[in-house]
Design a binder for this molecule. Sequence first.
Ligand code: NAD
Length: 479
Amino acid sequence: MTDKKAMVIFGATGDLALKMTFPSLYFLDKEGHLPPEMVILGVARAQNTDASFAEEIQKAVKQAAKADYSDESFAHFAQRLRYCDGDVTQPAPYAKIAEQLKDTEILLFYMSTSPDFFGVIAQHLRENGLIQPQSRIAIEKPIGHDLASSRLIEASLSQAFPEERIHRVDHYLGKDTVQNLIALRFANMLFEPLWNKDSIEHVQITVAETVGVERRWSYYDSYGALRDVVQNHMLQLLCLVAMEPPANLDADSVRDEKVKVLKSLRPIGAAEVERETVRGQYRKGYTESGAVPGYSEEAGGGNSDTETFVALAAHIDNWRWAGVPFFLRTGKRLPTRTTQIVVQFKPVPHSIFHQSENVPNRLIIRLQPQEEIALEIMNKTPELEAVRLKPVALDLNLTDAFRTARRRIAYERLIFDALKGSTFLFVRRDEVEAAWRWIDRIVDGWKARDMSCLPYTAGTWGPSSAFALTERQGYSWIE
Ligand code: NAD
């Protein structure tokens, strides 16, 4: 077997590759985590030489790595970079790739292109004999725009790669805090006995962005917030909060438990969408960056009913979670950039303190703006005159706790694991399909009920119906 190794990145000049994939590879290289003889071959439509491609990558890495960039380590990284141009829907680039990677062990094909190309690329790779027994493929979300289209993509992928060599990326799973949720739940005695309908009142998951749709309008407009964020990131978070303890940390043991949660989600269809979901679209308004246009104006005046905000009340029909609502909301042009899971515990069964002062415990797992876990517990204030209570957060600030470590890009861990062949942090096909099945029903329900988007002003927390969604059940969103 040859010592020469390669990773091939399709879509190597795109937004994702420049913002995430190459900076992550740069750090992996800098810290000695890449196989010494591995070249990184970028494939894309634009014409480039190896040298001009390396220059483009250098610019992107400098921008992403900021103070952690050094010319010296980039020079080392640049020795790995190669480029191949061509249209990936045509046979031509594959002959060039085969020529460039003669006598080379190809470890990973990374698809940083539109999902429309996943199938055709896999087919060409197979026909050109580029897939070796150890080669793996990593694909970006979204996998299709509904169950039927995801099955078509999966069918063509599965002709070229077996399931255990397909790495479906959901970059939230690469975040330390998300992995920490598994440690928090299953490496501590404190939480698991309370982690159920008897002690937990409800759960909220918020993924809030301050940015608008910007340059990604044409992609975003055919997806919307439900397909772009809820189907993958938010349902993955929900699964990790709600799953039963897996038998062990094997990829399949964990994924089996996640699939069970997805299958237990109560369907939301035409009869329920008006009660359980809210769709919104931002209009012009003000954010931290000043006055901003509405969604349709960003597209150059187009008319669209694509949602940029969605809120919904999900229910998990099993013994652990019966009667505990999981409120999910996500949107663009919201007031703050926040990604968090809030586990709201029930009040104590009998309070010996003044009722209004006894605030129920709350566990907050925050991914953005910074990664931290906080447990709000009741404390007595030090004053003499009266017994007063105040919630105080027991903070586990991961940035402070592990100060010596640079905060990694989520993709670093994912690429590292994919190169090593671990599927633990990747999504299995049945998870993707169970998620689409639940999401498709909501989309069909919206169509059946003619439920168009409600407007909200940019810089606010979405349409007022989003507040009514939780308040109807006696709860409020936690900002
Ligand atoms: P992009 O449009 O910026 O880049 C696409 C890349 O594909 C470019 O390098 C382009 O040259 C190449 N390409 C397009 N058509 C080609 C063809 N016919 N032949 C050869 N190369 C071709 O897209 P992106 O935003 O980088 O997204 C890539 C993938 O990652 C998509 O599946 C997207 O949904 C997913 N994704 C993107 C982001 C993000 O922040 N950009 C986040 C999550 C997932």
